[in-house]
Design a protein around this ligand. Structure first.
Ligand code: FPP
Length: 250
C-alpha cells in the first residue's frame, strides 16, 4: 500500500492508459536486508531477490513507455557494510552485468552507469564499459544504474570540473548557471526525474539525485524491494499522475 494523500481513491481507479507518464523515474531499491531478516535468511539472499526484481521492473518500465529509469544499486556509503555483504553485492553485479549484455537487447534498453566506477574491480569496470558500448546505438529506454554513486560526490566532481574549465579559460565565470551545473553531472543531457519511488517505507533521499530532484514527486511505498511487483509500479505511476506539479508557481 502506498502512502499518499487525499487522491488515494482516484489514483486507485485510474486506468493505466489514461495516466500522464513520467519521462524519468528513479527508484531507491531499499529493503533487501529487512526482507531477508524477516525470513531468518542472510542479507545477501535479500539482495539476490532484489536483483531479480530489478531486472523485472526494468523491463516493465520500458514496456509501459518510461524513457529514463535510474536505479540506486550501490551508494558511496555502502562500502561501510560488512565485507561479506559487499562481496556478495559485487558478485551479484558481476553476474547481472554479464546477463545485461544480452538480456536488455530485446527491449532495446540503453544501459548506462552513474557514479565513480574506478572504485570497482577492473573486471567489473570492464563489464560496465562493455554494457555501455554494446547498448550505445539502441534507442529504447535509458537505464542509469547508480553504482558507487553519491549525489554530493557528483556535485563536488561537477564543481571541480567547472573550476578547471574557468581556470583554463574554456568558460567564463559569468556562464555558470543551473544548466551548466546540470550539464556536468553524471546525468548530463537527461531530463530530471519526474518521480522517485522509494519502497520499504523510509522517508529519506539518501544522497540520491539531490540536484536533479529539485521538483521531483516522491512516492513512498510500504513494500520491501524484493516484494515489489509490476502492480506496485503501476500504482506509483497512478499516484504520480494525480499530483499537481507547480514548480514553485501557482
Ligand atoms: C538497499 O537495501 C539495497 C542495496 C544497498 C542494494 C541494491 C542492490 C540490488 C537490488 C541488486 C541489484 C542491482 C543490480 C544492478 C544487479 P538494504 O540492504 O539497505 O535493505 P535494509 O534497509 O532492509 O537493510
Amino acid at each position: 500500500m502506498a502512502l499518499f494523500g487525499k487522491n488515494k481513491k482516484a489514483a486507485e481507479t485510474l486506468p493505466l492508459e489514461d495516466i500522464i507518464l513520467p519521462k524519468h523515474v528513479g527508484i531507491i531499491m531499499d529493503g533487501n536486508g529487512r526482507w531477508a531478516k524477516k525470513r531468518g535468511l542472510p542479507r545477501k539472499v535479500g539482495h539476490r531477490e532484489g536483483a531479480k526484481v530489478f531486472r523485472e521492473i526494468t523491463r516493465y518500465a520500458s514496456k509501459v513507455g518510461i524513457k529514463h529509469l535510474t536505479v540506486y544499486a550501490f551508494s558511496t556509503e555502502n562500502w561501510k557494510r560488512p565485507e561479506d555483504e559487499v562481496g556478495a553485492l559485487m558478485k551479484l553485479f558481476q553476474s547481472y552485468l554479464e546477463e545485461a549484455l544480452t538480456d536488455f537487447k530485446d527491449d532495446d534498453i540503453v544501459v548506462r552507469f552513474i557514479g565513480d566506477r574506478t572504485g570497482f574491480s577492473p573486471g567489473l569496470q570492464k563489464l560496465m564499459d562493455e554494457n555501455e558500448e554494446i547498448a550505445k546505438d539502441r534507442d529504447g529506454m535509458v537505464l542509469n544504474i547508480a553504482m558507487n554513486y553519491g549525489s554530493r560526490d557528483e556535485i563536488v566532481r561537477a564543481v571541480k570540473i567547472i573550476c578547471a574549465e574557468v581556470k583554463s579559460g574554456r568558460i567564463d565565470e559569468s556562464e555558470i548557471d543551473a544548466k551548466l551545473v546540470s550539464d556536468h553531472l553524471y546525468t548530463a543531457g537527461q531530463p530530471d526525474p519526474d518521480l522517485i519511488i522509494r519502497p520499504s517505507g523510509e522517508y529519506r533521499i539518501s544522497n540520491f539525485l539531490l540536484w536533479q530532484s529539485a521538483y521531483t514527486e516522491f512516492v513512498i511505498m510500504n513494500k520491501l524491494w524484493p516484494d515489489f511487483q509490476k502492480s506496485d509500479f503501476d500504482e506509483a505511476l497512478r499516484i504520480y499522475s494525480q499530483r499537481n506539479r507547480r514548480y514553485g508557481g501557482v
